[in-house]
Design a protein around this ligand. Structure first.
Ligand SMILES: C[S@@+](CC[C@H](N)C(=O)[O-])C[C@H]1O[C@@H](n2cnc3c(N)ncnc32)[C@H](O)[C@@H]1O
Ligand code: SF4
Length: 468
């Protein structure tokens, strides 16, 4: 016990960050996390859902990634920014699953049998639905779509929503990857966000998943939650490292109480300062990289042996709505309330209101309510932004050849901001290469924002979370 206290004390005393307060003040603005470009805020309601169907029809036979959203959760976590419906009424899932399958059949009627290379269940809490419901849902989906024999089939798991048999059943149905929502193991932090579970429960789940040979085990953590400190989060990380998940998502807490009402139950004075948050993530990167994890990019870490790390080393990492992926340019079809789809340069999103979603499906209409068709300029900027997020660098020569343009001419208007970031030691910029510095990694969203045309045009600060 004494040793732990000493360790904690030492940790606090060395927490002085090398990043200057002036830089934090300058760059701690609000900005997107760029799971897409253009971001979802640019999706417009005058989007014609026919464009999505046309794009999908052109891709007949090409493998796709399927996303299925299960919105229900039994309890509210105060920090949550996901699209969810809090209810203890399990019967709600019956109607929802019925409509989900109707939507799947509707899409298949236009596109023919889609070939599924990746299937991800997200939420809300996908394990809100019973094992029996999940078994019959998967059987129906296999009737509607062609699943590749080596398809990645993954699910997000709230540890409070599973019992001793759940993982075994999921494995038998065909799931081969899981992502466990942990967020923080400290009891005080857990109480402040209304999400209490023990380390033992998480450890038990990970051990069971390993014994069942799940191919990839991910855990979600969040930094910036109320009462988190450098030393408390460090203790959580020590526990997690012992469990050795393959991947870790360490999300920056997006505090937007004007958008997400339950966040109003989190007191602003209990939140760590921008400087403390930056120290937490710096120490997290240090600790995880010293423990065999590679820092993949914004929020994400993977064991050096994991295929995400290998893909990054080979310049083959991609980023999409689910974070980082090894699946190059897979089109995405999203089913369910609020789900997003992307086919080539077309993005669209289903109704986020469950009754609106039900009504569209009942009328045998598309559930899509907004979207956008990327312009040639969007595609060029997307490549720069995703390149920076996946590789922390951009090969300017290769980029110029691919798009038949000159970087300095194309990004003339951005030049002053880029020069300022070079002066602030956030990046190195030569004729041929853009490289984010070690310090610049903490401000990678700011760097991407320079290349974001919409960010330059509009004041979007109230819609996005703080960068730090
Ligand atoms: C849909 S939830 C995960 C599945 C399941 N509902 C659970 O909570 O375990 C996806 C993840 O988003 C992250 N998340 C939710 N709200 C967030 C916020 N406001 N800021 C940052 N990350 C957040 C959490 O790490 C959470 O695990
Ligand atoms: S974090 Fe997960 S369980 Fe908690 S409210 Fe959000 S979606 Fe539901």
């Amino acid at each position: 016990m004494k040793a732990i206290l000493n360790e904690t004390a030492r940790d606090d005393s060395t927490s002085e960050t090398t990043i200057k307060q002036t830089l934090i003040d300058k760059y701690n603005t609000s900005g997107p996390r760029y799971t897409s470009y253009p971001t979802a805020l640019q999706f417009k309601t005058n989007f014609q859902s026919g464009k999505f169907i046309q794009a999908l029809q052109k891709k007949r036979g090409a493998p796709i990634s399927l996303y299925i959203h299960i919105p229900f959760c039994q309890n509210i976590c105060y920090y949550c920014g996901c699209n969810k419906i809090i209810t203890k009424d399990k019967t709600k899932a019956v109607k929802y699953l019925d409509y989900l399958l109707k939507e799947a059949r509707q899409i298949a009627a236009f596109s023919g049998r889609l070939v599924i290379k990746q299937l991800h269940f997200g939420g809300g809490t996908p394990t809100f639905i019973s094992a029996l419901q999940m078994t019959s849902l998967m059987a129906e989906l296999k009737e509607i779509f062609d699943f590749k024999s080596n398809a990645e089939i993954s699910i997000e798991i709230d540890p409070r929503s599973v019992d001793d048999d759940s993982l075994k059943i999921l494995k038998n149905i065909g799931f081969n990857r899981i992502s466990i929502g942990v967020q923080d193991l400290n009891p005080k932090v857990q109480r402040a966000v209304n999400r209490v579970h023990s380390s033992e429960d998480i450890r038990g789940l990970v051990e069971q998943a390993k014994a069942l040979d799940f191919k990839s085990i991910n855990m979600d953590l969040i930094y910036g939650l109320p009462h988190q400190t450098v030393s408390r989060f460090s203790e959580t990380l020590d526990e997690i490292i012992k469990m050795a998940p393959d991947r870790l998502s360490v999300y920056n807490y997006a505090h937007l109480p004007h958008r997400f009402k339950p966040q109003r139950r989190i007191q602003a004075q209990d939140l760590p300062s921008a400087k403390e948050k930056l120290t937490i993530i710096q120490k997290t990167i240090d600790k995880l990289t010293q423990s065999g994890y590679q820092y993949i990019g914004m929020d994400h870490f993977a064991l050096e042996t994991d295929e995400l790390s290998i893909a990054q080393k080979n310049g083959k990492l991609h980023r999409n709505f689910q974070g980082y992926s090894t699946q190059a340019e897979l089109d995405l079809v999203g089913l369910g309330v609020s789900s997003i789809s992307q086919i080539d340069s077309v993005y669209c999103q289903n109704n986020s209101d469950i009754n609106g979603y039900y009504q569209s499906i009942e009328r045998q209409e598309s559930a899509i309510v907004k979207g956008c068709q990327s312009t040639p300029d969007d595609i060029i900027r997307r490549e720069v932004i995703m390149g920076i997020l996946c590789n922390f660098s951009l090969d300017i020569n290769a980029f110029e050849v691919r798009h038949n343009l000159l970087f300095n001419d194309y990004f003339k208007q951005e030049k002053d901001q880029l020069v300022a970031m070079v002066a602030d030691d956030l990046m190195v910029l030569t004729e041929n290469h853009l490289a984010v510095t070690e310090q610049g990694r903490f401000f990678v969203r700011n760097i991407c924002m320079v290349f974001d045309k919409y960010q330059q045009q509009e004041i979007l600060t109230t819609q996005y979370s703080k960068v730090i």
